[in-house]
Design a binder for this molecule. Sequence first.
Ligand code: PMP
Length: 327
Amino acid sequence: MTLGMQPIAPAPTTFGQPYGWVYVDGSFMPAAEARLSVLANVVSYGTGTFEGIRATWNAERRQLFLLEAPAHYDRMARSARILGMELPYGTADLVAATVNLLRRNDVRTDAYVRPLLMLAGEQLAVRMHDTKSHLFIAATPMPAAYIDTAGVRCMVSTWRRAPDTAVPNRAKVIGSYVGAALAKTEAVRRGFDEAILLTADGYVAEATTSNIFVRVGREWVTPPATDDILEGITRGQVIGLLETDFGVTVDQRRVHRSELYACDEALLCGTAATVVPVTDVDGRPLGPGRPGEVTLALQRELRAIARRDGERHHEWTTPVHEEAEHD
Ligand code: PMP
């Protein structure tokens, strides 16, 4: 191995194969028939945007619930606008298409929905204009824990988050994920679970596919949207729940690297990750070095909301199947 890195152990959990049906440009087709040319613009240049939406199976109610589907498609619309791409359907249509896709595949397990809007023209041209795009939605089974939800050990990456002046951070740009992939692999090869990326000028931004929150005493802090983060939908939920459930106002402000080492508790949050405790950063245990109480309470709460267990925030979830009970 180069750079004294360790080989990577096989990931304990991986996404499964996509379900049999996918949605392509307004209609459903077998996944095996959905094709993208190797010459498509997106393949060479990463020109496109994607989303990831969680669907959670509630076995008692025999119902599948999408989590914050409209918010994800609203963000895709903003991403498309920033990239100058046309998203030919509105949010309500895309949520309906997603519900129909999950019904058609008869999904009755936790799943991950993957909408992609990508430039697919085959001309030799690095540009956003004058080339056709495709909208594609697939769903895959979701492994029980995408990241180890019992707690992750993080390193501050040697890779920095690309500044918004180089790649628009408010858009979930396909090509921008090369930075996240490099940071993740570096972290795993060095024996950590996850990487935390700083901004180009050295402030804490986010982890590879999740946002970060830290607690100092009773105060919770998270980097502001203007510090080159993707403004996560889960981040918005965590801010809301910390305020309503825990009576804490979250300070959205610049965070120093040394605050990561000195804080009493930290968590990562994102659609795939849900809420994950950070137990140490760069080998320094945080607080008592075990998952924080508030983090674990938030994790429980968000999981319950995702499967519509209890009375709270039903407006965040969309039931998929017709025959199950509605409320
Ligand atoms: N930051 C990045 C770079 C991400 O890819 C994600 C996952 N979409 C997040 C943060 C968390 O966003 P969300 O809560 O909307 O999934």
